[in-house]
Design a protein around this ligand. Structure first.
Ligand SMILES: Nc1ncnc2c1ncn2[C@@H]1O[C@H](COP(=O)(O)OP(=O)(O)O)[C@@H](O)[C@H]1O
Ligand SMILES: Nc1ccn([C@H]2C[C@H](O)[C@@H](COP(=O)(O)OP(=O)(O)O)O2)c(=O)n1
Length: 485
């Protein structure tokens, strides 16, 4: 497997996808009952592995696979070496096997550094050939693993080992924590929840900390053919519930608007580009012949602002951006625009079940209680390039180095102002889009929304009413106790 695709684009690539696929088959084989794994998760290698450790595997008739597992601790000892072509998948597999009283040889990929030591902490043994970095690997597992503590600085741990710790933790008493990159964490959290494994997600710097409860009573998951996807809870939210608020902040041309619009469209939410309010205010001052640095003129323009002013055709240009950045540093202007933004968030137009707002201070000032906070960023050079291309496509005659310089000045002004400066909220997830295309950034953000603990908890009853049963985890049949117990 080279990639795991969400409906909106590639969500995990290469090793990450192989590791998630292995975790999925591990969960399926450790659950009594039938789980349908979509085609993207159950490739030939995963299917062969599941069969070799005792799961029953059948075609689901739609390109996917139905795996019938034997329960936690119920895997059987393979009678031949297991073939794994990816080192991350190998690490996850070793973690899964570590909780079983069996010995297995795994051949193919090299084990990641530190895997043996990590699983030794859980009381399992991993023996690697030669210098310990080459295949084959022998795992001697045992029932009743100890949960492996996270390292002192989890951010320094490679994600391969963090995920191996999660897979070993499924069979260990107590909780296991692992810090993973946001998209991977969200997909893993979604997968664990689909099998009813208790899992909490919380931001930890640029990573997400997952806290996973081991020895949980799992139930067979029903994963939709296009998993990973956003669960149906958004559609299932009932009238009268507090609107969902998604706050997206970050510097200029980081991709906030593109992302916010995409999320609003996918989730059926209303969208407010709050930068437009400041742009319209700045341009109103300019059009009246005033100076955007004049606080009295700026406040007056902010108070006089009407929703129809946001449709003015000249608000997207750099002149408007510059004027906006100037009026935005004035407290009375911000106060005058605050009500408009909060009303939009708390009573979204057209009866939408929630709102996405993008700006600079949504997560910190406008909506500090937002359900999900993203701080979208990218390197100044990347952002300047994007803005340059955007302006050039609009027929404007611009010089890239000048755009970069203007952007750095605006960043400095937005970040250093005394009031509502551009900073990430403590509880925001930082999403760096420098190496993500539009689809990748959207997929990552939707996955984060899908993993938001509060929204998932709120949505628990909504699942039952959902018109789309594909994302409803089956809660009725099966458990993770081995058959006959
Ligand atoms: N992830 C991305 N990769 C490449 N280009 C992007 C990405 N996100 C946005 N863009 C482009 O960059 C420009 C700025 O994006 P925009 O969403 O307006 O940023 P912001 O709202 O943060 O100022 C637009 O031309 C947009 O199409
Ligand atoms: N919530 C907000 C939104 C924008 N601003 C300011 C900061 C920016 O310099 C200007 C213009 O913002 P806008 O998001 O439209 O600008 P970019 O598209 O990111 O270049 O307004 C703000 O201070 N608070």
């Amino acid at each position: 497997m080279t990639a795991l695709r969400a409906p909106c684009g590639t969500i995990l690539a290469n090793g990450e996808a192989a590791a998630v696929s292995t975790l999925a088959l591990g969960l399926a084989t450790a659950t009594v009952g039938a789980t349908r794994l979509p085609a993207g998760l159950a490739g030939a290698e995963a299917t062969a592995l599941a069969t070799a450790v005792g799961a029953r595997v059948a075609d689901d008739g739609a390109g996917g696979t139905v795996m019938t597992g034997r329960g936690l601790g119920g895997l059987t000892e393979p009678d031949a070496p297991l073939a794994v072509t990816d080192g991350a998948a190998l690490a996850v597999l070793c973690g899964l096997l570590a909780g079983h009283s069996l010995t297995a040889v795994i051949d193919g990929a090299a084990p990641p550094d530190g895997l043996g030591a990590l699983l030794a902490d859980a009381s399992a043994t991993v023996l690697a050939a030669g210098d310990g970095t080459r295949a084959p690997v022998t795992v001697r597992g045992r029932a009743g693993l100890t949960a492996i503590p996270a390292p002192d600085d989890p951010a320094q741990e490679p994600w391969t080992l963090a995920l191996a710790r999660v897979s070993a933790g499924l069979a260990a008493a107590g909780t296991t924590t692992a810090c993973l990159p946001p998209v991977l964490a969200a997909v893993v959290a979604d997968l664990l929840r689909a099998f009813a494994v208790p899992c909490e997600a919380a931001p930890a710097g640029a990573l997400i900390r997952l806290t996973v409860t081991g020895e949980a009573e799992t139930t067979p998951a029903v994963l939709p053919p296009d998993w990973p996807t956003v669960p149906a809870w958004m559609a299932a939210r009932r009238a009268g519930e507090a609107p969902v608020v998604l706050a997206i902040d970050g510097p200029a041309a980081a991709g906030k608007g593109t992302l916010a619009r995409g999320m609003a469209e996918r989730l059926g939410l209303a969208y407010l580009d709050t930068g437009l309010l400041y742009r319209a205010t700045g341009m109103a001052v300019r059009r009246a012949g005033g100076d955007p640095d004049d606080p009295a003129a700026a406040e007056q323009a902010a108070r006089a602002l009407r929703p129809s002013d946001l449709a003015a055709p000249d608000l997207r240009g750099e002149a408007a951006g510059d004027a906006a950045s100037r009026v935005a540093s004035m407290e009375p202007v911000r106060a005058a625009l605050l009500d408009f933004q909060r009303s939009f968030a708390h009573a979204p137009p057209d009866g939408a079940p929630g709102a996405v707002l993008d700006g600079r201070d949504i997560g910190t000032v406008v909506c500090p209680d937002a359900d999900v906070k993203l701080f979208v960023t990218a390197s100044p050079e990347t952002r300047a390039r994007r803005r340059f291309m955007e302006l050039r496509e609009r027929g404007q005659d611009v010089i890239e180095s000048r755009v970069l310089q203007d952007m750095k000045e605006r960043d400095a002004r937005d970040s250093s102002r005394g009031i509502a400066p551009l900073v990430a909220a403590d509880d925001a997830v930082v999403l760096d889009t420098s190496d993500l295309d539009r689809d990748g950034a959207l997929a990552a953000s939707l996955a984060l929304v899908a993993a938001c603990p509060r929204l998932n908890r709120d949505a628990a009853s909504g699942y039952e009413d959902s018109a789309d049963p594909r994302t409803v985890p089956a809660k009725t049949a099966g458990s993770n106790r081995p058959a006959g117990q």
